[in-house]
Design a protein around this ligand. Structure first.
Ligand code: MG
Length: 453
């Protein structure tokens, strides 16, 4: 595995604030970005306590490189991407998404609002390490503007894409948990506009995340689950820290896995549009393919990463895309994971189909998955992967090497991938029973163990 980049991870830079992420660091990095992406650059961030410090350093760096800066305030990541796609030449988002409060991060997007390409990251890093970004002469230094209208426009544009009347008529009872993140600025208003009876948890902006950890995994959503059950709500909704991911709790209090939500919305999008191109990653459920077969869709699978899915959707003019973690992409709205339209779309499905969320999920193709991991030093990763590919080829299995090694067996598949950020391998599997899925994931781990020593 080649890793030429020293600063950038899978989507931007993410670190503990004021450790590496100091004003000096962020200002120089922003000036380096501004050198490559000249013009009008939008900036926005989440509710973290360190966001204002980082934001002001970024603004200075951008202005210094001659860019004009438009400050959009505190808002979800997809709202910044929406603004950039429609109005600006680039954008920077200050967020650490689902990470704990001491973290923060910087996401850089291009004029389409899509995370920037590897080659641009490498150029930006070079400018940074050589301390050689463009420094505009005093009369060419950029201007700073504010735009506080984007949130409203973003909400209205999301709602424009669903049948508001149908949703309103159902008067759905919704419990919303924004985890005190950026969703506080959009999600409650969306649900109000959709005529829902709304109960809020953690919908006050707070960068210490006092109510729950910002990662919307099941253990962190116990209050939401209990509230949905206690109040007999139709659905519970949770967002991560920067409100690009949506997790649903059904009316019985069950945590609905991200790939189920993805499949559910895929089905609706294909039905409404009488087919279309779906883009996902090689790590997503076979259910996506089953639904595509049934409803006249076509599926393309990229390597893992929401940027890659977004870029493929743009290049191939796709209809809809997503990942197994609950990040759904509606390319005619935002070229990235979007939570606002995901929520509106799921409520629309419940309203139009006149079924409960648990019924709708039960009707989807049923697969079982397993995720496991094991340690492996970075320098051994490539060798391990090569050896696994060789070994399974001699065993006669079909493989896909778009990302790691995906091995197809008669009773399911397993994908073995090295982490891009940690010295570990992941083994992820899917089959028609839980025990078979677990067996497959264990087999994946055994292959890694065999070749790493
Ligand atoms: Mg996020």
């Amino acid at each position: 595995m080649t890793n030429d980049k020293q600063l950038f991870g899978t989507f931007g830079v993410r670190r503990i604030a004021n450790d590496i992420l100091t004003p000096e660091f962020t200002s120089m990095l922003a000036a380096s970005y501004g050198t490559v992406f000249q013009g009008k650059i939008a900036i926005g961030g989440d509710t973290r306590t360190t966001t204002p410090m980082i934001k002001h350093a970024i603004i200075s760096g951008l202005l210094s490189s001659g860019c004009d800066v438009i400050d959009l305030g505190i808002l979800p990541t997809p709202a910044v991407q929406y603004a950039v796609k429609n109005y600006y030449d680039g954008g920077i988002i200050i967020t650490a998404s689902h990470n704990p409060p001491e973290y923060n991060g910087i996401k850089f997007v291009d004029k389409d609002g899509i995370g920037i390409k590897d080659e641009d990251e490498i150029i930006i890093e070079k400018l940074y390490f050589e301390e050689n970004p463009k420094r505009a002469s005093w009369e060419a230094i950029g201007n700073l503007y504010n735009n506080d209208k984007i949130i409203e426009e973003y909400i209205d544009e999301a709602l424009e894409r669903v049948d508001i009347k149908a949703i309103k008529s159902r008067k759905l009872k919704v419990v919303l948990d924004c985890g005190s993140g950026a969703g506080c600025y959009t999600a409650p208003y969306i649900l109000q506009k959709l005529g829902c009876e709304l109960i809020t948890l953690n919908c006050q902006d707070d960068g210490f995340f006092p109510g729950r950890d910002p990662e919307p995994i099941e253990t962190n959503l116990q209050d939401l689950i209990a509230t949905v059950k206690q109040l007999n709500a139709d659905i519970g909704i949770a967002h991560d820290g920067d409100a690009d991911r949506t997790i649903c709790i059904d009316e019985k209090g069950n945590y609905v896995l991200g790939d189920k939500t993805f499949t559910l919305v895929e089905k609706q999008m294909l039905k409404e549009n009488k087919g279309g191109l779906i883009v996902t990653t090689v790590a997503t459920s076979t259910a996506i393919y089953d639904i595509a077969d049934e409803f006249n869709g076509e599926v393309i699978a990229t390597a893992v990463g929401d940027l890659l899915v977004a870029r493929e959707l743009k290049e191939k003019d796709g209809l809809f895309g997503g990942e197994e973690n609950g990040g759904l992409i509606f390319p005619d709205f935002v070229y990235g994971r979007d939570a606002a339209l995901t929520v509106a779309k799921i409520l629309e499905i419940i309203a139009k189909e006149k079924k409960s969320l648990s019924q709708l999920v039960d009707e989807l193709p049923a697969y079982f998955s397993e995720k496991m991991k094991c340690e492996c030093p970075d320098e051994k990763k490539q060798e391990v992967m090569d050896n696994i590919a060789k070994e399974v080829a001699t065993l006669g299995y079909e493989i896909d090497t778009t990302d790691g090694v995906k091995i197809f067996k008669d009773d399911g598949w397993v994908i073995i991938r090295p982490s891009g950020t940690e010295p570990i391998f992941r083994s992820m599997s899917e089959s028609d029973s839980q025990s078979k899925a677990t067996e497959l994931a264990k087999w994946g781990i055994s292959l890694i163990e065999k070749f790493k020593s």
